[in-house]
Design a protein around this ligand. Structure first.
Ligand code: BES
Ligand code: ZN
Length: 458
């Protein structure tokens, strides 16, 4: 065992305390009132990066939330340059959503740390900062050249990061990109993700009368916008669970028999799926397994629904408008812009003349498929083998990391997705947590990855 691994072991409690300090900052990127906290989380990270010996650390402004950049480029020109991407912004979290403790007051229970962002993605991004600390503190040397890019807008579509990447091609030039912002199969089965879904996020607004009306005075004569919205939404799926928008599946590349056989190895057992979701039984396209539905099929989800009165008690109102948040997850070869247009046109077509509807796009991200047959992938495989004592499996994921496709396109850099979370971490939901063992194993595995990737001849 090398010094860096020992250092990580002897400092693990300290690393965990530092992570708790960071997740304490409510860096909710979608909430304009949290802008100061988002900035504070960026500054906190930059200070820690400087302290551990990462060089040229800067908090760089964008038209949205800032990007934290830092590098260490002293490994030598014969060594590869690794770009590490992660995000310090988090999803919203409120006690009313069902949290057992304050989402921004981290607590330890049963070997887990509970806090918003503990897994997605502060905990996983911090793994790389602590791997860097372990390597740089012991002998002051990183085995490869490394550039860190930790952003503050991943959870809202990374819109301004794309502009930043395009404008900073030289600064970000690298041979390989590693991202820890996902999940492995189970605590004792590591996995490397090779497919992420894309996304187009929309808002559908329905307007009826010019203002809220007395439901007794006008009910039965006015097409209620809440009902009309429900009718439109219902028409977006077929009874078999497939999406009914014409052309929706046109660009989907069918899975080969080989890939289906491979994916079966990472399928959900229904009992595990039930335990993870709390839902009684699966729903969706019956011709596809659960893993295929998640990783290889596009979907249309209603993310939120609002209209009329939903306070305590009763109010006999006929609402003037209704709103739904709708997003489509997309698979490789589908185009978010095209899907937005198809949904918009179909909604326009099925909107009855009694109401007015509008579909607006909020954000979008391309799907991504990563290359499996590159030397750095071997380093990732052997790093998991050493860190976990088990060879990783390859799987497709349903979530999105919009910048992955942009990195490939703008920087020409292949991406390796080395997740250290679990699907049961409660990401985006209440009681998000990070298993402390995963944090420690993650740091050890990341150090192995940097050591192994340094062996690749350029
Ligand atoms: N870490 C997730 C993405 C993810 C989830 C990868 C599960 C692998 C498995 C990421 O932070 C995330 O939640 N992304 C958003 C992006 C969106 C808002 C554009 C997502 O997928 O909803
Ligand atoms: Zn997320």
């Amino acid at each position: 065992m090398t010094n860096a691994h020992d250092y990580a072991k002897t400092h693990k409690e300290q690393f965990l305390e530092q992570l708790k300090d960071w997740v304490h900052i409510p860096s909710i990127s979608t909430d304009p009132t949290r802008k100061g906290d988002v900035q504070r989380a960026a500054e906190w990270l930059a200070a820690d990066m400087r302290r551990v010996g990462i060089e040229n650390v800067e908090v760089l402004p964008t038209a949205g939330h800032p990007v934290v950049y830092g590098d260490w480029l002293n490994a030598g020109a014969d060594k590869p340059t690794v770009l590490v991407y992660g995000h310090y912004d988090v999803q919203p979290a409120d006690m009313e959503d069902g949290w057992d403790s304050n989402p921004f007051e981290p607590v330890e229970r049963d070997g887990k740390i509970y806090a918003r962002g503990s897994s997605d993605d502060k905990g996983q991004a911090f793994i790389h900062i602590k791997a860097a600390e372990s390597l740089l503190t012991n002998g002051g040397k990183f085995p490869v050249n490394v550039k860190f890019l930790i952003e503050g807008e991943e959870e809202i579509g990374s819109e301004h990061l794309v502009t930043f990447v395009t404008a900073n091609r030289d600064r970000l030039k690298s041979d390989i990109c590693v991202i820890s912002d996902g999940a492995i199969l189970s605590i004792d089965q590591p996995a490397i993700v090779y497919a992420l879904r894309g996304l187009v996020y929309m808002e559908l607004e329905v307007h009826g009368p010019s203002q809220d009306l007395h439901s007794g005075g006008f009910g039965g004569t006015v097409h209620n916008p809440a009902q009309a919205l429900a009718e439109i939404i219902t028409a977006l799926h077929n009874p078999d669970g497939s999406v009914s928008v014409p052309g929706f599946y046109d660009d989907v590349v069918p899975l080969s028999d080989e890939e289906r056989a491979e994916l079966r190895k990472t399928d959900w057992a229904v009992s595990d799926w039930q335990a993870a979701t709390g839902a009684s039984q699966p729903w969706g396209e019956a011709a596809y397994t659960l893993r295929e539905r998640i990783g290889a099929r596009p979907t249309l989800e209603i993310n939120g629904f609002a209209s009329g009165f939903y306070g305590t008690g009763a109010k006999t109102v006929l609402p003037a408008k209704a709103l739904a948040k709708i997003s489509c997850r997309l698979v490789a070869n589908q185009n978010p812009e095209k899907i937005y247009q198809l949904v918009r046109d179909y909604v326009a077509k099925i909107t009855p003349p009694t109401i007015r509807s509008e579909v607006r796009m909020i954000h979008r991200g391309d799907p991504a498929l990563v290359e499996l047959h590159i030397p750095a992938m071997q380093a990732a495989i052997s790093a998991y083998e050493k860190g976990w004592g088990k060879r990783p499996v390859f799987m497709r994921e349903g979530g999105s990391i919009p910048i992955v496709a942009d990195f490939r396109r703008e920087l020409g850099v292949p991406v390796i997705l080395m997740g250290f979370g679990l699907h049961t971490d409660g990401a985006h939901g209440p009681n998000e947590h990070f298993t402390i063992e995963m944090f420690y194993k993650g740091i050890d595995t990341a150090i192995h990855f940097y050591e192994d990737v340094a062996q690749i001849k350029s």
